[in-house]
Write a protein that binds this ligand. Structure first.
Ligand SMILES: Cc1cc2nc3c(=O)[nH]c(=O)nc-3n(C[C@H](O)[C@H](O)[C@H](O)COP(=O)(O)OP(=O)(O)OC[C@H]3O[C@@H](n4cnc5c(N)ncnc54)[C@H](O)[C@@H]3O)c2cc1C
Length: 317
């Protein structure tokens, strides 16, 4: 393996967590490469407006924010490589504790440490027009976009904890919230269910599935199918929040680091290095770790922490 592809740190992922980690590594003179993955800039790049990232009094486009952070990383001299990581292994160099990171194109890179920031993919409804309507009435994040729907009518799809939490949160300032759930009962905890069932602003449509999204410039209505009565109804709404789950992008880590049943990476076993995984030298941050509160500012903050902790770990090698 050639000498010129040896790194102190490989950051996997180029969302807020990965790019922030790269900034901190660059400033500490840690030889770093960011592997950007198939979504350079991460999930925020698909949202037209981010209103809750500090420093932008009038909000900022998600794509612009991420490209600005990417330029900041590049200005510090960090290499950002296009590519997708297929495998990480440490069996080749167990004594020197060097990891081999293999990309899908067959390239192999060596590094002393790794920061995994591969995020989590939102489960959407897979309906026509869905992609075009994201940010135009369609959202996967009540915390991020709820405030755009003050005094409006919205619907939430899902029946788990997140869906119930989102519905209760939205009911605080919207005119009306419909909950569309394909089963006859919720999967959410009793505490979360109670918040929804006892809220007069929330109307639940059981046994119901969204079949169509309507609207051109923005979402105006949805077609809902009742899987018991086989009836179809059109519901006029201003906003639709999809809360049917996330899939953490961690499959390539199976067998290398401990994962939760849900696929999220387990960190925090080491009290001093709270972002370290069950494998020494591999750190993780952002949505691929967090089961709750998936927010860009949290991912960025954790990316910073992972870089600082990786630096202190590298210092001890
Ligand atoms: C539509 C939408 C709107 C949102 N709006 C807001 C908002 O307004 N405010 C807010 O705070 N949050 C918002 N969020 C949430 C926010 O985007 C996430 O919390 C945040 O992006 C998580 O950052 P991350 O760095 O952990 O992961 P991500 O942003 O998901 O980035 C993951 C990165 O990993 C890369 N990757 C994945 N697999 C591999 C691999 N095998 N090899 C190499 N790279 C890989 C991807 O290409 C990507 O670059 C929104 C999310 C969505 C989907």
């Amino acid at each position: 393996m050639s000498e010129n592809i040896k790194y102190d740190s490989i950051v996997i992922g180029s969302g807020p967590a990965g790019l922030t980690a790269a900034i901190y590594h660059a400033r500490a003179n840690i030889k770093t490469v960011v592997i950007a993955g198939n979504q350079p800039g991460g999930q925020l790049t698909i949202t037209p407006m981010v209103d809750n990232y500090p420093g932008f009094p009038n909000g900022v486009g998600g794509f612009k924010l991420m490209m600005d952070i990417q330029n900041q990383v590049k200005n510090f001299g960090v290499e950002i490589r296009q590519g997708i990581v297929k495998k990480i292994s440490n069996d080749k160099f167990p004594i020197s504790k060097i990891f081999e990171v293999e990309l899908e194109n067959g390239e192999k890179l060596e590094t002393k440490s790794v920061i995994v920031t591969t995020g989590a993919i939102v489960k959407w409804l897979n309906l026509p027009k869905e992609k075009e309507l994201i940010g135009k009435g369609l959202s996967s994040c009540a915390t991020c976009d709820g405030m755009f729907f003050r005094d409006k009518t919205v619907a939430v799809v899902g029946g788990g904890d997140t869906a119930c939490e989102d519905a209760a949160f939205l009911a605080k300032f919207t005119k009306k919230v419909y909950m569309i759930h394909r089963r006859e009962e919720f999967r959410a905890s009793m505490a979360e269910q109670k918040k929804v069932l006892e809220n007069p602003k929330i109307e639940i449509w059981w046994n119901s599935e969204v079949k169509e999204l309507n609207g051109k410039e923005k979402l105006t209505s949805i077609k809902v199918f009742n899987n018991k009565t086989r009836e179809e109804k059109t519901l006029e709404i201003d906003g639709l929040f999809v809360a049917i789950g996330y899939s953490p992008v961690t499959k390539f880590l199976e067998g290398l680091v401990e994962l939760r049943e849900s696929g999220q990476i387990i960190t925090g076993k080491n009290e001093k290095l709270t972002t370290m995984t069950s494998t020494e030298g591999i750190f993780a941050a952002g949505d691929c770790v967090n089961e709750n509160h998936r927010q860009a500012i949290i991912a960025a903050g954790e990316g910073c922490r992972a870089a600082l902790e990786a630096q202190s770990w590298l210092g001890r090698l």
